[in-house]
Design a binder for this molecule. Structure first.
Ligand SMILES: C=C(O[C@H]1C=CC=C(C(=O)O)[C@@H]1O)C(=O)O
Length: 411
């Protein structure tokens, strides 16, 4: 799809990622801001329809936009999609590198979004936050659920399940999302950092996830990963551990291997044998370390341009967030978890966004994230369980995962 590169000069050159985000939220337009792993530029999309519609994820057909999927989304047919009516790319200092606009002159969104002068970077602080510490009851319930899951694993109902929990925080006033976003970008350079405003739901989701679900770059290279196993990235004295020294238990090796086997099973289903597998290796994700295997396929050599779409439908939800076998694990999650996951452990990311060489899609699993509704934030974290799981250790693991965001909120 081609874009007009025209934007009124005020819109094109004077905006910052801060000001366009604020303008969209104030005017009630869906907006997404993101930074890809190991990149410095930030990208922003605003949907000028004022609503987020749902689409079937067909990467071949979809226009440029930003996808947000809930955890429960069979065949990815019910995915929220922000159309790129406005698109900007900024460098890390906020200079506009590219700006595109799909609307005709005089569209009411121009007026609503940019009627005032760009406000610049006002209020670059995150308001004071009160963490509602989980009660013993919450911890007990989670650990009871873990024990219940282990019994089901021993009975053979499933081999692995991922159980999640929430943690609530209250802000004195709505936090400044672009500031929080910038903090996440600086703290987690190899994460996918994003914030999405969904006015219909009155929610903002913000996070820094380490898990790529499906990417197809401009050269047609498909990528996915098998990520699992968790340990702190720092030793007890607070010194960073060396990845080569990270000790992994049999439980964690098996947990990650199950995710890898699941991905290979998906390739087998569609008779793709020409995939490259690298790893598993230890990777750092903020305050944590994981085991990760990387998979890639050259879709052009294979003459299989739909691979991204086909794999997305097969992969989501992977056994890194659901379990194995998938159906039994999902049933257990729906029956036992105390909070609906909503967009946590769904996927999100840019779709068909033009880069120098052509359109690219980069979808990530929505982990290490927070839902913000007014002044209340809900953090989500899950832990992969196998028969060797210890309930108290799994709770501790979810606490560490919540810290990825919490440590930056309480800074
Ligand atoms: C489910 C989460 O993490 C997944 C990704 C990496 C490691 C995981 C684990 O060790 O359990 C989880 O499978 C989460 O962060 O909420």
């Amino acid at each position: 799809m081609q874009f007009s590169t025209h934007l009124s000069s005020t819109v094109q050159t004077q905006q910052t990622s801060h000001s366009v985000w604020q303008a969209a939220v104030q005017a009630g337009y869906p907006a997404a801001i993101w930074r890809l792993p190991n990149r410095t530029d930030r990208e922003v999309i605003i949907d000028a329809s004022g609503h987020v519609s749902t689409v079937v994820m067909d990467l071949e057909e979809l226009p440029m936009g930003f996808a947000v999927s809930p955890f429960i989304n069979p065949e990815a047919e019910n995915t929220f999609f922000l159309k790129a009516d406005f698109y900007w790319r900024f460098d890390e200092n906020g200079t506009v590198l590219a700006a595109q606009n799909k609307l005709s002159d005089g569209h009411p969104a121009f007026e609503a979004l940019f009627r005032s002068e760009p406000s610049g970077s006002k209020n670059e602080t995150v308001s004071t936050v009160k963490v509602i510490e989980p009660s013993d009851n919450q911890q007990n319930n989670f650990e009871k659920n873990v024990a219940r899951a282990i019994r089901q694993i021993e009975r053979g109902t499933f081999r692995k399940v991922v159980l999640a929990r929430t943690k609530t925080v209250r802000f004195e006033e709505q936090p400044d999302i672009p500031t929080l976003f910038n903090r996440l970008c600086s703290a987690y350079p190899n994460a996918f950092v994003s914030a999405v405003y969904l006015p219909d739901l009155n929610q903002i989701w913000i996070g820094a996830t380490p898990e790529r679900l499906v990417s197809v770059d401009a050269r047609g290279i498909f990528k996915t990963v098998a990520l699992a196993g968790t340990q702190p990235a720092y030793d007890t004295e607070g010194r960073p551990k060396r990845t080569m020294d990270a000790p992994w238990t049999q439980k964690e090796i098996e947990e990650q291997a199950l995710v890898g086997r699941y991905i290979i099973g998906c390739f087998k289903k569609i008779r793709v044998r020409e995939y490259l597998e690298e790893g598993p290796r230890t990777v750092v994700a903020g305050n944590l370390m994981h085991l990760r295997s990387d998979y890639s396929v050259d879709t052009q050599v294979l003459n299989f341009p739909q691979l991204g779409t086909v794999m997305l439908r097969l992969l989501h939800p992977t056994s890194a967030v659901c379990g194995m076998p998938r159906e039994a694990a999902q049933e257990f999650i729906l029956d036992n978890e105390l909070h609906p996951r909503e967009f946590y452990s769904g996927f999100l990311g840019p779709v068909n966004v033009y880069q120098a060489e052509g359109p690219e899609t980069h979808l990530f699993v929505n982990l290490r994230c927070m839902k913000l509704e007014g002044q209340e934030g809900t953090l989500y974290a899950g832990a992969g369980l196998t028969e060797d799981s210890v309930p108290a250790k799994e709770w501790r693991e979810t606490e560490l995962k919540c810290d990825t965001l919490l440590s930056l909120l309480t800074k």
